[in-house]
Design a protein around this ligand. Sequence first.
Ligand SMILES: Cc1cc2nc3c(=O)[nH]c(=O)nc-3n(C[C@H](O)[C@H](O)[C@H](O)COP(=O)(O)OP(=O)(O)OC[C@H]3O[C@@H](n4cnc5c(N)ncnc54)[C@H](O)[C@@H]3O)c2cc1C
Length: 396
Amino acid sequence: MSDQQTWDVAIVGGGIIGLSCAFELARRQYRVVVIERDEPGQHASRVAAGLLGTASLPVGEGDNIFPLKLDSLRRFPEYIAKVESIGRRGAGYRMEGTLWVARDAEEDEQLEALHEKRTQLGLRSVRISGPEIFPVEPELATGLAGGLLVDEDVQVDPRRLLEALKRGVRNVRATLLTRSQAIGGEFDEAAEVWTVHVRGQDVAEEVEPIRANNVLITAGPWCDDIVAARGESRTPLSPTGVGPVKGQLLRMRGPRVIDRVVRTSNVSLAQRRDGELIVASTKEPEAGWNLTPTAEAREELLDRASGLLTRIRELDLEEHSVGLRPAVADHMPIIGPAGRPGLWIATGHFQHGILLAPSTAFWLAQAIESGEVPELLKPYGVDRLGQTQPSMEAAR
Ligand SMILES: Cc1cc2nc3c(=O)[nH]c(=O)nc-3n(C[C@H](O)[C@H](O)[C@H](O)COP(=O)(O)OP(=O)(O)OC[C@H]3O[C@@H](n4cnc5c(N)ncnc54)[C@H](O)[C@@H]3O)c2cc1C
């Protein structure tokens, strides 16, 4: 990289959100560099189950990100087609839909409420009785009380998607700077350009700074650290309040048992075409940054899953995965301008970062291109948090 190069956009963080934004912006002819502390596509993005859907339980709780989820779900086919063709890899997108199941009469009432709510919203779903589950998914436990088929809610394999995306990003000529940690930055008002300071993970010292007209922070639950990292003796700032919510899930392997995603209120199962079966997942906000897999979580997930698939313990447990979902207090993402010229942020996608990647990338690119915040992104501004807005300058 030359000393003089000024990028159109420097993206800090190469998870699903940063990579999807890089892909979208570079396809729009922006010169993009992604600065990633480790290797791209590790952390939560690699751990995720990859469930893509708008239906959720319990019904009655306000779903304040519903419009964004629906928009993103409907962008998925085109997003996948582009990532797969430009990245020249399959992303494990399965379109067999989702089967919600009820284990008792109370859960069956919840499914009825979910069905009614979807009908009111103009969304399709089909109610089936307990005995009608067998022809749909013959391996599921007998005696289930009822079901709801939601064809629109599908799945992707985040690990395959990330591989395709990394190749896609390179093929559209964006640059991936790996093992490089952004440690702060400043804005030159006269030149209207950002300088991002970067420390090499392997050399443990600062490397050549990156100059860019725009900086987009997509560092997951670590976004606030970037602001604080340079002034280690100073009180760390918490400008967005984004933090981790630990999640554990199991990756099993065995013969084909299900085609659809199978869900209840406390466990979800999804099987990839290669036989990998996902059992998802715990939510442990009290665990902070802890990444230890626990036997307790493993047993709880297997117990819940065995209520749906009695033979679950006969499958091989290949991996017990742990990740940190990036979340803010209201569980809505933060997507948009970040209070300084040319400074943008996209984080806090919590349990929907894979689902929300296409919309986040598309609408953020629109915002950067037009300088206007699109209508759909307005509820997700950083200003709603009522805290200090993130400023990379604060790090100096
Ligand atoms: C158990 C579990 C199950 C899930 N299931 C689903 C699901 O079914 N569907 C769904 O849609 N979502 C799901 N999610 C949520 C989803 O994984 C996250 O919302 C999403 O991965 C967040 O992506 P991200 O790019 O914002 O963050 P991350 O994947 O955390 O990426 C952030 C990146 O920033 C880098 N970084 C941090 N600091 C710096 C720095 N200073 N300089 C450079 N780089 C830096 C990190 O190394 C990392 O690579 C699940 C999550 C978990 C944990």
